[in-house]
Design a protein around this ligand. Structure first.
Ligand SMILES: *Cc1c(COP(=O)(O)O)cnc(C)c1O
Length: 377
């Protein structure tokens, strides 16, 4: 039993090899024309990405975190305002609210979907609540009909964290196109990943996106004129060129992820008898399976077994936002978000990436099966 990797968590080098010719050519063009920041490649990618999502406007920014923070700033959210954020998310969802100068109010999640629970959100409303931030976690689109009604009823703006959900849909419409703003990350490991950091904000109107374009570029639309403060958060030409090549494969990659997720669920279903909990499989287009998250009460033992057998499973996320040391000042504590806390103790993510072979997947399934059986010894 060695530690040699048999199944990686994802294989970005393999993905690069398959696209190497196209990508080097696209990068070469940016370099030879010296369009390093914003420029025609970024404009083209913004158009293509908006089209991919269904005809909205997009603005490239420096990261998913910045996308969220800029969207909040564009809504004039700031000091004294509160933003509802699910407790079960990556840290950046809450961090972005702090970067915008306002207060993240965490909300527990639904035990079935692991997504924001609107009943709990209702309990956490105050006069200062201005925005709700649904996170389409693991690549699964939140029920945006219910969320939109909740927001309208309570006079809230909606900023979607779609950092894990490029191409996920709710009733035929793309995640990121429902809210006042939709925010995406192109961190390399996301379903659509750059060769470094990158992000995008999506909006429904030219006016809403113009505000993002100004904020990302020192509060300026005309060079050296600054009607507002803004920041520096732009997408690089090289990243946009890479993203344009990859965007053409995104639908196909998302389908491969869905197919592999379905195959996991079929193969792992009998293991429910051994205490394994599987993700619910919603309508095919709703979930783009950025992550295939399962649960087990003896997660740490299973994970150790997977790792010692060369299967790179991970945990998303081991410590919930409200229990992170740097976030204690928010005033939440143990017991405040029982569903999120239970998930954090039991959840782990199996390797899943578009290039994954059935043979690799079978190795994961067999290793997990062995691990579950050894728990019974
Ligand atoms: C990745 C991620 C972010 C942040 O994106 P970066 O590009 O890494 O800044 C925000 N929210 C969620 C849910 C993410 O997974």
């Amino acid at each position: 039993m060695g530690n040699a990797v048999k199944v990686p968590f994802l294989d970005l080098a393999g993905q690069y090899r398959a696209l190497e010719g196209e990508i080097t050519e696209a990068i070469g063009k940016v370099c030879s024309q010296a369009h390093f920041i914003l420029g025609p490649e970024v404009q083209q990618f913004e158009k293509d990405f908006a089209n991919f999502l269904g005809g909205e406007f997009a603005a490239g920014v420096a990261s998913g975190t910045d996308a969220l923070a800029l969207a909040l700033r564009a809504l004039n959210i700031g000091s004294g305002d509160e933003v509802l954020v699910p407790a079960n998310s990556f840290i950046a969802s809450a961090l972005a609210v702090l970067l915008a100068g306002s207060r993240p109010v965490l909300v527990d999640v639904d035990p079935r979907t692991h997504l924001i629970d609107l009943e709990d959100a209702e309990r956490r409303l105050t006069e200062r609540t201005r925005v709700i931030m649904p996170v389409h976690l693991y690549g699964r689109c939140v029920d945006m009909t219910a969320l939109g009604e909740f927001a309208a009823r309570n006079g809230l703006s909606v900023v979607e964290d779609a950092a894990q959900a490029h191409g996920a849909k709710w009733e035929g419409r793309s995640a990121g196109t429902f809210g006042d703003y939709g925010c995406f990350s192109f961190y390399p490991g996301k379903n659509l990943g750059a060769f470094g950091d990158g992000g995008a904000v999506v909006a429904q109107s030219e006016k809403a996106i113009a505000r993002i374009r100004s904020l990302r570029n020192y509060g300026s639309e005309v060079k050296y004129y600054h009607p507002e403060v803004g920041t520096n958060s732009r997408l690089d030409g090289v990243q946009a060129a890479v993203l344009s090549v990859k965007l053409r494969r995104l639908s196909e990659w998302n389908m491969a992820r869905s197919r592999l997720a379905g195959r996991y669920t079929r193969a792992l279903s009998p293991l429910r008898e051994l205490g394994l909990e599987l993700p619910e499989m919603p309508a095919a287009e709703q979930h783009v399976f950025h992550i295939y998250a399962v649960q087990h009460a003896k997660r740490d033992k299973l994970l150790a077994h997977l790792h010692s057998n060369g299967v790179q499973a991970q945990i998303h996320y081991p410590i919930p936002i409200h229990l992170q040391e740097g976030y204690r000042f928010l005033g939440f504590g143990e017991g405040d978000f029982p569903v999120t806390e239970s998930i954090a103790k039991k959840v782990f993510s199996l390797p899943l990436f578009p290039e994954m072979t059935e043979e690799q997947q079978d190795t994961v399934i067999e290793t997990l099966h062995q691990g579950l059986l050894s728990l019974c010894d």
